[in-house]
Design a protein around this ligand. Sequence first.
Ligand SMILES: C[S@@+](CC[C@H](N)C(=O)[O-])C[C@H]1O[C@@H](n2cnc3c(N)ncnc32)[C@H](O)[C@@H]1O
Length: 204
Amino acid sequence: MGTKIISKQSEGHLKELDRQKFRKNLLEEELKSNLNSKEISVFEAGCGHGHWLTSYCIKYPNKVCVGIDLIGQRIKKANCKKNKNGLTHLHFFKAELNEFLEVIPNKVIFEAIIFLFPDPWPKVRHHKKRMIQPNLLKNLAKRSLSGTSLYFRTDDVNYFEWTKSHIEESPFWEMDTSAPWLYEESTYFQDLMQCYFSLVAKKV
Ligand SMILES: C[S@@+](CC[C@H](N)C(=O)[O-])C[C@H]1O[C@@H](n2cnc3c(N)ncnc32)[C@H](O)[C@@H]1O
């Protein structure tokens, strides 16, 4: 009975690994054919419907920008906005952040990275699901230049403190308390919030 449960669990795990491999291969191909630039001016993780990044690209149409989100329907909406505005330097991909960083071509460098209202996962047992983690900060640093800025905004004070302390403990990033916000434009989630907290860090 016990062995049966374990083998069912490992069978499920193997299937998930297969699905992950398949997803990553597809994404890798998609990136190879659609992302020709070496420098990405702004990378947005968890871009939702792409409201903020589209607005940024309307203002700065020559900057190459990339937004990713887990949810395909949101990326579909983001691509509609991009196409409606004829923004050829803006790219949206349906992707999970860690998988995206694993398969993005080696040459690609981010000049700015932004997280706007990422899911806060308030329960302690769910903190491991938060996007900001030591390993993520390390992997983002590999894709950054010295001076690359990381912008983070949340309505959840606990997630704000979590991110601040992870940055303070990271050998790759430091707080940049005098840096201005990259670009002010509300997002779907920002519009719903009464107040929020922002920080800027820079790659050391
Ligand atoms: C609360 S919404 C915020 C969306 C948008 N930034 C805004 O402010 O309106 C968080 C978004 O992050 C996406 N997301 C969560 N975890 C992710 C991950 N690991 N990789 C990519 N996207 C993720 C979700 O699908 C969701 O669209």
